[in-house]
Design a protein around this ligand. Structure first.
Ligand code: 8YV
Length: 327
């Protein structure tokens, strides 16, 4: 019997792809540029599985055009790029890559929040431009993190890991909003108190956004929400572009409605709203919250574990629609 064929639509570590080659016929994308959906559809003909990343769109149109596809395995934890119900309806298994990136992403969220509060990139740019001529008592004076109130919007795995850092490491009172409140035995170790969303915005000194993107979280933070925040507050978004209305944020940053923002994700990335680029009180990074070698390897490995299990009769470790396996 011939081996099943799979497509690795995103370049990843060669030795991890070799694990697929031992079992399947493998076609790879050897460039860092993702394929258009038409190209993806063309290359998926006759393929039983696909390894993707966050930017690759899997929808009903693609599924209908790729009838041999049985498994879609993303190396990201977020899966807003995949129409999971459409996959389930067609018996296509979907897996994501949770847990393995939680601590790395929380480290980065904290780093971005600190860089934002303490004006690290803004002051570095000033120094590099040769503008540092004298000391001043308020030069790049920012806001403290220790003891300040940490607000977490979205208390999933990554939100909890950020709350733990704030509570245990920085003595921050932690407030959070999430659709469902954590059980008391989970809130306790995080020192976290559930509050309504508006109260979170009003009370947080440093707000970190960690909610998944969906139609219901689109522009969850816009002009109204920003205007509820303290003038001295910072906002950090490591979730997804689209959760924050970037144009509204840029306008409110320029107006001084909040002190500063740290953004790792953007609407329409890799394009960044020009008004954000023009703000000095924003730290901008190119969607790298999970980017350590160890974690990117772990994410890729987990996607490959899932793909192998899905196509060899095993149990994929992190299936999003495991009901498909029972059919
Ligand atoms: C990924 C992410 O780098 O896992 C996620 O959901 O946002 C990032 O960790 C990216 O999506 C991979 O494409």
């Amino acid at each position: 019997m011939s081996k099943p064929s799979v497509l690795v639509a995103r370049k990843t570590f060669d030795d991890i792809v070799d694990r697929l080659r031992q079992r399947f016929e493998v076609e790879t994308n050897d460039s860092d540029t993702g394929w258009s959906q038409d190209e993806l559809i063309r290359r998926l003909q006759g393929k039983a599985g696909v390894y993707i990343a966050g930017g690759d769109k899997i929808d009903a149109k693609l599924l209908d055009a790729c009838p041999d596809l049985k498994a879609v395995c993303t190396m990201a934890v977020g899966y807003n790029n995949i129409d999971v119900p459409a996959c389930t309806a067609r018996g296509v298994l979907v897996t994501n890559a949770p847990d393995v990136l939680t601590e790395t992403t929380a480290d980065f969220g904290f780093a971005l929040m600190m860089a934002t509060a303490r004006r690290i990139t803004e002051s570095e740019h000033f120094l590099r431009r040769g503008e540092w001529k004298q000391w001043s008592v308020t030069m790049f004076a920012g806001a403290d993190l220790h003891g300040a109130t940490l607000g977490v919007l979205g208390m999933g795995r990554i939100g909890a890991a950020i709350a733990r850092r704030g509570h245990l490491g920085f003595g921050m009172p932690v407030i959070y909003h999430n659709r469902s409140r954590l059980p008391a035995d989970q809130e306790g170790p995080l020192g976290a108190q559930w509050v309504e969303k508006d109260e979170l915005l009003q009370r947080a000194d440093h707000l970190v956004i960690v909610v998944p993107y969906s139609a219901s979280s689109h522009h969850l933070i816009g002009q109204r929400e920003l205007r509820l925040m303290k003038k001295t507050a910072t906002l950090t978004n490591i979730a997804r572009g689209g959760v924050v209305d970037d144009a509204a944020l840029a306008a409110e940053l320029q107006a001084g409605t909040i002190a500063a923002a740290g953004l790792d994700v953007f609407e329409g990335e890799p394009t960044v709203h020009p008004a954000l680029l023009a703000c000095t009180n924003v730290v901008l990074t190119p969607h790298i919250a999970s980017a350590t070698i160890a974690t990117r390897r772990a994410m890729s490995d987990l996607a490959v574990d899932n793909l192998i299990a899905a196509l060899t009769g095993g149990v994929p470790p992190t299936a999003l629609n495991p009901e498909v396996l029972k059919r």
